[in-house]
Design a protein around this ligand. Structure first.
Ligand SMILES: Cc1ncc(COP(=O)(O)O)c(C=O)c1O
Length: 464
């Protein structure tokens, strides 16, 4: 199809995810190369969002990964992991257990992130049924967190506007404060005492467990760095505190690492950096660097042992979970990570990216720059007191101005206001300094213009 035919056919036939269904001039990307993508008019963009936090390797490994896939498909195109299995899923499970911290040794495969979250919940429930604690049916999650939107996963998601049309949620989940250090201080401003903030958050978490009924809570679920709300980094001691609370009240602790895992923060399993082992981990997106769709749940030996010992059946299955094609891609992805030093690249360049992005604070519209690894958000504010934009202003900025201006600047980034107004980036993990510099330079132009457009500070103030 030509560019115009694609636009027409998309309008008539393609239902877009999380989008208005009539988009004039839909961005249709048809080709990728390294960290760049190209649209059907031949325009080039630096993909500073890795296709929604997925394309860890960027776009130039298709031939190599394709050769591995071709070999697998001509050997065995498909078999399930229901009662039978096949070499790629077994080898991938073993490889993930090898790179995961502690005794996160058991792996269940899915086709994506929401399915991984729901499979983790069912594993958690089966665990408590097997140890004779059937009353544990509740969970604690955090405000504004996104854990997927299939009906089960939607229970954990803390974004009211996504939940309300489909209420009531099937799982009883209490939502508590997230780790917003920019707005979580006692007066609603920046946190100045990190340890006190941690203590306040953990006290709230404990209150929520007690209120729900300590013998009824099965799971605490959180992301190592929360995406929705804009890369909310946990304060010092927070995860150790969650671990202690889960242990104290007999609940399981889960890290949803659909974004944070698979190298985005420089580790396969990012929660391991906190000096603890969680009981359950969900992975997806970067597990295959998006060369195929796949998700996974990692579980500790102790979570699965009672199910094995009682001879119980895990009453859950997904036909394509652990598909040989996807498992082959994931294995190849892990091999390339090791060979090309992808985790090392993220670790080495994180301080550099942090420093470059912090220069954007010179722009009056940028109130905060936060994140970790290759996962960052700029919170956009109205004035030097960090006043929030109201709804009409957010519409004008995030939905009116930024999408077109970002496109014009040749950079793909995410303007989001599920929490406060942020612009987010998550570059491919193979990006070098030159790519990161290029991204920051383009963001500087766009955000400088955004400040002028929104009349923040004096016109074009701070634009170097
Ligand atoms: C933290 C987290 N969990 C779960 C999901 C759901 O994953 P999927 O869209 O693959 O179902 C997402 C998706 O963005 C996510 O960011």
């Amino acid at each position: 199809m030509t560019h115009d035919e694609l636009q027409q056919a998309a309008q008539e036939h393609l239902l877009l995810h999380f989008s208005k269904q009539s988009i004039d001039d839909l961005l249709v990307l048809e080709r990728g190369e390294g960290p760049y993508v190209f649209d059907t008019k031949g325009n080039k963009y630096v993909d500073a969002l890795s296709s929604l936090f997925c394309s860890q390797l960027g776009y130039s490994y298709g031939e190599e990964i394709g050769a591995a896939v071709a070999s697998q498909l001509s050997t065995l195109a498909f078999n399930t992991n229901w009662g039978t299995a096949h070499p790629p899923s077994i080898e991938l499970a073993a490889k993930l257990a090898e790179v995961a911290p502690g005794d996160l040794n058991r792996v269940f495969f899915t086709s994506g992130g929401s399915e991984a979250v729901e499979a983790a919940w069912k594993l958690c429930r089966e665990h408590f049924l097997a140890i004779g604690q059937p009353r544990r049916k509740k969970a604690i999650a955090r405000h504004i967190a996104y854990h997927g939107v299939t009906l089960g996963a939607l229970s954990f998601t803390g974004v009211p506007k996504f939940k309300e049309p489909f209420a009531p949620a099937p799982i009883d989940v209490t939502h508590v404060s997230n780790t917003n250090m920019f707005r979580g201080g006692p007066d609603g401003g920046r946190v100045t005492d990190e340890d006190a903030f941690t203590a306040t958050l953990l006290a709230e978490m404990e209150d929520a467990i007690v209120a729900a009924g300590p013998d009824e809570v099965a799971l605490i679920i959180a992301e190592p760095v929360q995406n929705a709300g804009g890369c909310l980094v946990a304060p010092r001691g927070y995860w150790k505190g969650l671990r202690a609370l889960a242990d104290k009240y007999g609940a399981l602790l889960m890290a949803d690492e659909v974004i944070a895992g698979c190298g985005r923060l420089g580790e396969w399993v990012a929660s391991g950096r906190e000096g603890i082992t969680v009981d359950l981990v969900s992975l997806a997106k970067g597990l295959t660097s998006a060369y195929a769709p796949m998700g996974a749940v990692l579980a500790r030996d102790g979570v699965v042992a009672p199910i094995v010992e009682t001879g119980a059946v895990f009453r859950h299955g997904i036909t394509f979970g652990g598909h040989p094609l996807a498992a082959t891609v994931a294995l190849k992805n892990m091999e390339i990570f090791e060979r090309d030093g992808v985790l090392e690249n993220v670790r080495e360049l994180t301080p550099y990216l942090a420093e470059r992005l912090s220069t954007l604070l010179e722009l009056p519209i940028v109130g905060d720059v936060r994140g970790d690894g290759f996962f960052w958000a700029m919170e956009l504010v109205k004035d030097e007191d960090d006043t929030r934009f109201d709804q009409a202003e957010r519409d004008k900025l995030l939905r009116g101005f930024l999408p077109g201006r970002l496109r014009e600047a040749g950079v793909i980034a995410r303007a989001d206001d599920r929490g406060d107004a942020v612009l987010q980036i998550a570059p491919p993990l193979i990006s070098d300094k030159a790519v990161l510099d290029d991204i920051v330079a383009r963001l500087r132009d766009v955000l400088g213009d955004a400040g002028v457009h929104m009349d923040v500070g004096s016109a074009a103030a701070g634009v170097a």
